[in-house]
Ligand binder design. Sequence first.
Ligand code: NAP
Ligand code: 12T
Length: 340
Amino acid sequence: MSSRKFNVAVAGATGVVGNQMIACLEERNFPVKSLKLLASSRSLGQKLKFRGESIDVEELTERSFKDMDIALFSAGGGTSEKFAPFAAQDGCVVVDNSSAWRMDPEVPLVVPEVNAHAIEQYKNKGIIANPNCSTIQMVVPLYPLHKKYKIKRVVVSTYQSVSGTGKEAIDELDSQIRGILNFKEFQSKVYPHTIAFNCLPHIDVFLDNGYTKEEMKMVYETRKILEDDSIGVTSTTVRVPVFYGHSESINVETEKKISAAEVKSLLEKMPGVQVVDDPKNNLYPLAIEAAGNDQIFVGRLRDDDSIPNGINMWVVADNIRKGASTNAVQIAEVLANEYL
Ligand code: NAP
Ligand code: 12T
């Protein structure tokens, strides 16, 4: 490991993901020489803390990345599309959290436990993409299953928390719960319907095929990360009134003989995964317990007896940590240790 330190920029520093990125850099003791915090002009005057120091938020511009080594972007797809190329031009490697670059064939899409080797392709465009939160927590447990049993098809339904949408959505759920419990008026601005005490089968925009963009991200991103376009994936993504942590019901069909008991011991050895599967004692992964952790929790492992080779599992992770910031900082760690 080199002892080099890096000039790091966080674009979207005032957001839910950006804030956690700053915390992850500190927690994981990333070798930061200087930290530049970037957001829109709306945030000018704000200060954020890093290692006990107050840092002024600056406005993101085309010139923000001179002398920067690594930029962690989480300021929306449009902002990444516009500004990541300027960073790359100035020799600053971008780890982007938006959906803007994920399916670009020249841009690696990385979950370090699965395909860290792809990071080398940052050399193509100076950009590395962080996958969608729901994809990240699914591909980590799928990876050892695919290696051992070859996955034919995955059927997934998600139960996604509002923090995935950002700070305004967290405030919207909070104010709707308070409004309803106090018999007061409340509004829906972020989502098209009331999210409090409800489930919305609608995440991101609808596409021409009737699926949402979030559902199709899970299909395309999973194949790209597992490097196998033959895997069938079908997805239903649902927003639930949970603040932090996404849950997923995942059915996996494989080519080779599989059993829930074998999968349990395989996943117990998988880095980044923690098996919580003791139903007799009411132990299974829960969003409120996953929140604040970096692991992906897997439980409710069962054989699917409706097909020759299949299992079911319940997978939960903190969408802001492993689903976004932690994964981005892990990518930056590999980049810093092995390539820069
Ligand atoms: P958020 O809480 O709403 O924060 C948005 C951030 O982007 C704020 O810092 C905001 O700055 C900044 N921003 C917005 N427009 C900007 C502009 N024109 N120029 C500069 N900065 C701008 O949202 P979030 O939840 O943190 O999510 C942010 C991004 O992360 C999105 O791209 C989202 O797709 C992505 N994300 C990815 C995952 C994943 O699956 N890996 C999960 C969640 C989010 P101001 O405060 O100044 O407005
Ligand atoms: N619309 O990174 O609303 O593609 O939960 C992540 C989360 C997009 C993304 C959400 C979204 C992304 C959400």
